[in-house]
Design a protein around this ligand. Structure first.
Ligand SMILES: Cc1ncc(COP(=O)(O)O)c(C=O)c1O
Length: 278
Protein backbone atom coordinates (compact mmCIF):
# COMPACT_ATOMS: atom_id res chain seq x y z
CA UNK A 1 0.00 0.00 0.00
CA UNK A 2 1.73 3.15 -1.18
CA UNK A 3 1.19 6.70 -0.07
CA UNK A 4 1.30 8.90 -3.21
CA UNK A 5 3.06 11.86 -1.53
CA UNK A 6 6.44 11.50 0.16
CA UNK A 7 7.34 15.09 1.07
CA UNK A 8 5.45 18.24 1.95
CA UNK A 9 7.26 21.57 2.16
CA UNK A 10 5.07 24.13 3.93
CA UNK A 11 2.14 21.87 3.13
CA UNK A 12 2.90 21.67 -0.60
CA UNK A 13 3.87 18.36 -2.24
CA UNK A 14 7.48 18.88 -3.35
CA UNK A 15 10.91 17.60 -2.44
CA UNK A 16 12.58 20.98 -3.09
CA UNK A 17 13.75 23.63 -0.61
CA UNK A 18 15.64 26.87 -1.18
CA UNK A 19 19.46 26.78 -1.26
CA UNK A 20 19.25 29.75 1.14
CA UNK A 21 17.36 27.80 3.78
CA UNK A 22 19.00 28.42 7.17
CA UNK A 23 18.53 24.78 8.13
CA UNK A 24 20.88 23.88 5.28
CA UNK A 25 23.24 26.80 5.87
CA UNK A 26 23.61 26.72 9.64
CA UNK A 27 21.61 23.81 11.00
CA UNK A 28 19.25 26.55 12.20
CA UNK A 29 16.18 24.58 13.19
CA UNK A 30 14.67 21.60 14.98
CA UNK A 31 13.45 18.18 13.90
CA UNK A 32 11.35 15.25 14.99
CA UNK A 33 11.56 11.64 13.91
CA UNK A 34 8.26 9.91 14.64
CA UNK A 35 7.15 6.30 14.47
CA UNK A 36 3.94 5.54 12.59
CA UNK A 37 2.04 2.64 14.02
CA UNK A 38 -1.39 1.51 12.80
CA UNK A 39 -1.45 4.67 10.67
CA UNK A 40 -0.98 6.93 13.71
CA UNK A 41 1.91 8.55 15.55
CA UNK A 42 1.51 7.25 19.12
CA UNK A 43 3.75 9.90 20.72
CA UNK A 44 2.43 12.78 18.57
CA UNK A 45 1.59 15.08 21.46
CA UNK A 46 5.04 14.77 23.02
CA UNK A 47 6.72 15.34 19.63
CA UNK A 48 4.69 18.51 19.11
CA UNK A 49 5.48 19.80 22.60
CA UNK A 50 9.23 19.28 22.17
CA UNK A 51 9.22 20.78 18.66
CA UNK A 52 7.35 23.95 19.60
CA UNK A 53 9.30 24.29 22.84
CA UNK A 54 12.57 24.05 20.85
CA UNK A 55 11.34 26.66 18.34
CA UNK A 56 10.30 28.97 21.16
CA UNK A 57 13.68 28.64 22.90
CA UNK A 58 15.49 29.34 19.62
CA UNK A 59 13.08 32.21 18.78
CA UNK A 60 12.03 30.55 15.52
CA UNK A 61 8.76 32.12 14.40
CA UNK A 62 6.21 29.47 13.38
CA UNK A 63 3.11 30.53 11.45
CA UNK A 64 1.63 27.05 11.75
CA UNK A 65 0.42 25.03 14.67
CA UNK A 66 0.14 21.40 15.71
CA UNK A 67 -3.26 21.20 13.99
CA UNK A 68 -1.70 22.13 10.62
CA UNK A 69 1.06 19.58 11.17
CA UNK A 70 -1.47 16.93 12.13
CA UNK A 71 -3.43 17.47 8.88
CA UNK A 72 -0.23 17.31 6.85
CA UNK A 73 0.89 14.16 8.68
CA UNK A 74 -2.46 12.51 7.86
CA UNK A 75 -2.03 13.47 4.19
CA UNK A 76 1.41 11.90 4.03
CA UNK A 77 0.58 8.79 6.01
CA UNK A 78 -2.49 8.05 3.89
CA UNK A 79 -3.23 4.37 4.41
CA UNK A 80 0.29 3.37 5.40
CA UNK A 81 0.09 1.37 8.63
CA UNK A 82 3.82 1.59 9.43
CA UNK A 83 6.64 3.95 8.67
CA UNK A 84 8.52 6.96 9.97
CA UNK A 85 7.56 10.59 9.71
CA UNK A 86 10.41 13.08 9.71
CA UNK A 87 9.56 16.70 10.39
CA UNK A 88 12.15 19.43 10.01
CA UNK A 89 11.43 23.04 10.96
CA UNK A 90 13.99 25.68 9.95
CA UNK A 91 14.17 29.39 10.66
CA UNK A 92 13.38 30.01 6.97
CA UNK A 93 15.55 31.46 4.23
CA UNK A 94 16.02 35.06 5.29
CA UNK A 95 18.65 37.09 7.06
CA UNK A 96 22.15 38.11 6.20
CA UNK A 97 24.83 35.76 7.47
CA UNK A 98 24.09 34.49 10.95
CA UNK A 99 21.80 37.44 11.79
CA UNK A 100 18.23 36.19 11.49
CA UNK A 101 15.56 38.30 9.77
CA UNK A 102 12.94 38.92 12.49
CA UNK A 103 10.21 39.08 9.83
CA UNK A 104 11.08 35.65 8.45
CA UNK A 105 8.87 32.72 9.38
CA UNK A 106 9.79 29.08 9.67
CA UNK A 107 9.82 26.52 6.88
CA UNK A 108 8.50 23.05 7.60
CA UNK A 109 9.49 19.93 5.74
CA UNK A 110 7.62 16.70 6.39
CA UNK A 111 8.70 13.41 4.85
CA UNK A 112 7.35 9.89 4.94
CA UNK A 113 10.04 7.22 5.18
CA UNK A 114 9.86 3.44 5.34
CA UNK A 115 10.30 1.95 8.82
CA UNK A 116 13.88 0.80 9.30
CA UNK A 117 14.15 -2.91 10.08
CA UNK A 118 16.46 -3.62 13.00
CA UNK A 119 17.33 -7.23 13.92
CA UNK A 120 14.73 -8.74 16.24
CA UNK A 121 17.57 -9.78 18.55
CA UNK A 122 18.13 -6.13 19.51
CA UNK A 123 14.93 -5.97 21.54
CA UNK A 124 14.98 -9.64 22.54
CA UNK A 125 18.63 -10.24 23.50
CA UNK A 126 19.99 -6.71 23.87
CA UNK A 127 22.58 -4.70 21.97
CA UNK A 128 26.34 -4.23 22.05
CA UNK A 129 27.24 -0.64 22.82
CA UNK A 130 30.46 1.29 22.28
CA UNK A 131 31.65 4.01 24.62
CA UNK A 132 32.40 6.72 22.07
CA UNK A 133 35.41 9.04 22.27
CA UNK A 134 33.54 11.92 20.62
CA UNK A 135 32.14 14.10 23.42
CA UNK A 136 28.89 16.03 23.52
CA UNK A 137 29.42 19.74 24.13
CA UNK A 138 27.72 21.35 27.09
CA UNK A 139 25.51 24.35 26.38
CA UNK A 140 22.44 24.90 28.55
CA UNK A 141 20.89 27.14 25.87
CA UNK A 142 20.63 24.15 23.56
CA UNK A 143 20.29 21.34 26.11
CA UNK A 144 17.26 19.14 25.57
CA UNK A 145 16.36 20.60 22.16
CA UNK A 146 16.33 18.26 19.18
CA UNK A 147 18.04 20.87 17.01
CA UNK A 148 19.54 20.34 13.60
CA UNK A 149 23.20 20.56 14.66
CA UNK A 150 24.10 16.89 14.82
CA UNK A 151 27.79 16.90 13.84
CA UNK A 152 28.83 15.42 17.19
CA UNK A 153 26.53 12.45 16.64
CA UNK A 154 27.80 12.06 13.07
CA UNK A 155 31.42 11.93 14.32
CA UNK A 156 30.48 9.50 17.10
CA UNK A 157 28.58 7.24 14.70
CA UNK A 158 31.67 7.19 12.52
CA UNK A 159 33.61 5.48 15.32
CA UNK A 160 32.12 2.10 14.38
CA UNK A 161 30.71 0.36 11.33
CA UNK A 162 28.51 -2.64 12.21
CA UNK A 163 30.20 -4.05 15.30
CA UNK A 164 27.85 -2.19 17.66
CA UNK A 165 24.19 -1.23 17.59
CA UNK A 166 24.74 2.07 19.39
CA UNK A 167 27.40 4.27 20.97
CA UNK A 168 27.24 6.14 24.27
CA UNK A 169 28.47 9.71 24.41
CA UNK A 170 29.80 11.63 27.42
CA UNK A 171 30.33 15.28 28.16
CA UNK A 172 33.82 16.72 28.54
CA UNK A 173 33.66 16.24 32.32
CA UNK A 174 33.25 12.46 31.94
CA UNK A 175 29.51 12.20 32.59
CA UNK A 176 27.63 9.79 30.33
CA UNK A 177 24.82 11.71 28.62
CA UNK A 178 23.06 9.59 26.00
CA UNK A 179 23.48 7.38 22.95
CA UNK A 180 23.98 8.78 19.45
CA UNK A 181 20.25 8.24 18.78
CA UNK A 182 18.96 7.10 22.16
CA UNK A 183 18.59 8.03 25.82
CA UNK A 184 20.07 5.89 28.55
CA UNK A 185 18.51 4.29 31.63
CA UNK A 186 20.47 2.26 34.19
CA UNK A 187 19.72 0.32 37.33
CA UNK A 188 22.35 1.24 39.92
CA UNK A 189 22.12 0.05 43.53
CA UNK A 190 18.51 -0.97 42.81
CA UNK A 191 17.66 2.57 41.72
CA UNK A 192 16.59 3.49 38.18
CA UNK A 193 18.71 6.41 36.97
CA UNK A 194 19.02 8.40 33.76
CA UNK A 195 21.47 11.21 32.95
CA UNK A 196 20.28 14.74 33.72
CA UNK A 197 20.04 16.85 30.57
CA UNK A 198 20.48 20.38 31.92
CA UNK A 199 23.78 20.95 30.12
CA UNK A 200 23.47 18.87 26.96
CA UNK A 201 21.67 15.97 25.31
CA UNK A 202 18.31 15.52 23.64
CA UNK A 203 15.25 15.25 25.90
CA UNK A 204 13.83 12.18 24.19
CA UNK A 205 10.08 11.81 23.92
CA UNK A 206 10.41 8.10 24.65
CA UNK A 207 12.53 8.96 27.70
CA UNK A 208 9.73 11.23 28.98
CA UNK A 209 7.09 8.57 28.26
CA UNK A 210 9.12 5.92 30.10
CA UNK A 211 9.71 8.16 33.14
CA UNK A 212 5.98 8.88 33.37
CA UNK A 213 4.93 5.27 32.91
CA UNK A 214 7.52 3.96 35.34
CA UNK A 215 6.37 6.34 38.03
CA UNK A 216 2.77 5.12 37.48
CA UNK A 217 4.11 1.60 37.98
CA UNK A 218 5.69 2.64 41.27
CA UNK A 219 9.30 3.04 40.13
CA UNK A 220 11.01 6.33 40.72
CA UNK A 221 13.50 7.39 38.08
CA UNK A 222 16.24 9.76 39.29
CA UNK A 223 18.01 12.13 36.92
CA UNK A 224 21.66 12.12 37.92
CA UNK A 225 25.20 12.82 36.86
CA UNK A 226 26.41 9.39 35.77
CA UNK A 227 30.20 9.10 35.74
CA UNK A 228 31.66 6.71 33.17
CA UNK A 229 33.04 4.61 36.08
CA UNK A 230 29.51 4.01 37.36
CA UNK A 231 28.66 1.98 34.25
CA UNK A 232 30.69 -0.90 35.71
CA UNK A 233 28.60 -0.88 38.88
CA UNK A 234 25.22 -1.08 37.14
CA UNK A 235 23.04 -4.16 37.26
CA UNK A 236 21.20 -3.54 34.01
CA UNK A 237 20.55 -0.84 31.45
CA UNK A 238 18.48 0.01 28.41
CA UNK A 239 18.27 2.56 25.61
CA UNK A 240 15.17 4.40 24.42
CA UNK A 241 14.11 6.15 21.25
CA UNK A 242 10.75 7.16 19.77
CA UNK A 243 11.19 4.94 16.72
CA UNK A 244 13.10 1.93 18.04
CA UNK A 245 11.33 1.74 21.41
CA UNK A 246 13.54 0.08 24.02
CA UNK A 247 16.74 -1.90 23.51
CA UNK A 248 18.23 -3.71 26.50
CA UNK A 249 22.00 -3.25 26.86
CA UNK A 250 23.86 -6.56 26.43
CA UNK A 251 27.36 -5.06 26.64
CA UNK A 252 29.25 -1.77 26.88
CA UNK A 253 32.77 -1.86 25.44
CA UNK A 254 32.66 -5.65 25.73
CA UNK A 255 31.61 -5.69 29.40
CA UNK A 256 28.47 -7.83 29.59
CA UNK A 257 25.19 -7.07 31.35
CA UNK A 258 22.30 -9.41 31.93
CA UNK A 259 18.88 -8.20 30.92
CA UNK A 260 17.07 -7.51 34.16
CA UNK A 261 13.45 -7.49 35.22
CA UNK A 262 13.17 -3.67 35.17
CA UNK A 263 14.14 -3.58 31.50
CA UNK A 264 11.60 -6.29 30.67
CA UNK A 265 8.85 -4.46 32.56
CA UNK A 266 9.59 -1.28 30.58
CA UNK A 267 9.58 -3.20 27.31
CA UNK A 268 6.20 -4.73 28.15
CA UNK A 269 4.85 -1.32 29.07
CA UNK A 270 6.09 0.30 25.86
CA UNK A 271 4.51 -2.49 23.80
CA UNK A 272 1.09 -1.34 24.90
CA UNK A 273 1.46 1.96 23.08
CA UNK A 274 4.02 1.00 20.58
CA UNK A 275 4.43 -2.67 19.73
CA UNK A 276 7.76 -2.21 17.91
CA UNK A 277 9.32 -4.95 19.96
CA UNK A 278 7.03 -7.68 18.58
C1 LIG B 1 21.05 12.47 20.25
C2 LIG B 1 19.73 11.82 20.55
N1 LIG B 1 19.43 11.54 21.83
C3 LIG B 1 18.25 10.96 22.16
C4 LIG B 1 17.33 10.59 21.17
C5 LIG B 1 16.04 9.92 21.55
O1 LIG B 1 14.97 10.81 21.40
P1 LIG B 1 13.47 10.34 21.08
O2 LIG B 1 13.04 9.48 22.23
O3 LIG B 1 12.71 11.60 21.02
O4 LIG B 1 13.53 9.57 19.81
C6 LIG B 1 17.62 10.88 19.83
C7 LIG B 1 16.68 10.53 18.77
O5 LIG B 1 17.00 10.51 17.61
C8 LIG B 1 18.85 11.51 19.52
O6 LIG B 1 19.16 11.79 18.25
Amino acid sequence: MKSPVLHLVNGIPTGLVSVNDRGLRYGDGCFETMAIHNGRVPLWQRHMERLFDGCRRLAIRCEFDAGDLSREAAMLIGEQPRGVLRLTVTRGSGGRGYAPDPAESANRIMSLLPARQYPESYAADGVSVLLCKTPVTSNPLLAGIKHLNRLEQVLARNEWVNEYAEGLMSDQQGNVIEGTITNLFLVHNDEVITPGLEQCGVAGVMRAEIIQRMSRLGFSVSEKNIRIDMLKECQEGFLSNAVIGVWPIASIDGREYSIGSTTRIVQQEIKTIFPVND
